[in-house]
Design a binder for this molecule. Sequence first.
Ligand SMILES: Nc1nc2c(ncn2[C@@H]2O[C@H](COP(=O)(O)OP(=O)(O)OP(=O)(O)O)[C@@H](O)[C@H]2O)c(=O)[nH]1
Ligand SMILES: [Mg+2]
Length: 320
Amino acid sequence: MESSDRILARARTAVLIPCYNEELTIADVVGRFRAELPDAEIYVFDNNSTDRTAAEAERAGAIVLPVGQQGKGYVVRFMFQHVEADIYVMVDGDGTYPAASVHSLIAPIINNQADMAVGSRLHGQSQSQFKFLNRFGNKLFLSALNSIFKVRLTDILSGYRAFNRKLVKSLPLFGGGFEIETELTIKALERGYRIVEVPIDLSERPTGSSSKIRLVRDGMRIIHTILALFRDYKPLTFFGAMGLIVIAAGFVPGLIVVFEFIETRFISHVPSAILAVGLVISGMLLVMVGLILHTITRRFQELNYHLQALIGEHRDNRKQ
Ligand SMILES: Nc1nc2c(ncn2[C@@H]2O[C@H](COP(=O)(O)OP(=O)(O)OP(=O)(O)O)[C@@H](O)[C@H]2O)c(=O)[nH]1
Ligand SMILES: [Mg+2]
């Protein structure tokens, strides 16, 4: 087996840092990653910062690329499309993630044990300094995601990740804001990519540097993303559960009418009867929609599998 050092020496590694007004910390972040990964290309994606972020990043030796459309999600999509490398590391520009952990983060990618490695701030072995609300929100989204998608992850919102090229170039991402991390995790899971979590310790933002998260707005966007992906990737569970609830609700007026009919051979609660029929038919319709979408999703998954196999074959042919 080839040693991971030798593989790393040959692989092109890119460190990607999305940034919005991080003049206080960006030079330090670039410097630390340069020290840990001397051969890597370090890119800073400046998203209309109004402070000296771009100048500071350039001074520290990073390649600075401006991105016009505002939002972390747009920036992640831009960098995945435009940066060519074999191993990708993504990290925040606020200096809260430890650069020294980058080696344990990229190890599973180099050794081909994972397609995405996530620096987990909530792992049993992590000692993270989290703000109370952020920790609470994180746990809430996590339990929703773990139960819907039947996985056991400990951090879905982490901004410190490593990827291989295959994943970066094949995930279709649409989110524009902070929901991008949720989208990355769910879409990678659904496509069968291997995800591992590596414990990391989160530190606090230094004083004077301000958070870009707006709890209500970004929280709503993340909930919306989880629900939309639930609908798209688990349609039978999503529509089926709704359908069963509506059918069960139809039983309440329905049973009143049935009991009355058994007792008196007569129906006086006509509105209840109409309501019951309406609810049961609507519920059945929802279950049917779930079944149809489930079949279509399955077929698309098969199609996607063949497509990936074809792309792999094409790549192998070109290498020869
Ligand atoms: N390119 C770009 N980057 C952004 C934008 N908003 C935030 N970022 C960057 O995304 C990273 C994460 O944002 P943070 O504000 O640190 O969010 P967080 O890490 O969840 O929360 P705190 O660290 O507690 O503030 C930082 O490097 C930001 O500079 C944006 O609109 N565009
Ligand atoms: Mg941060």
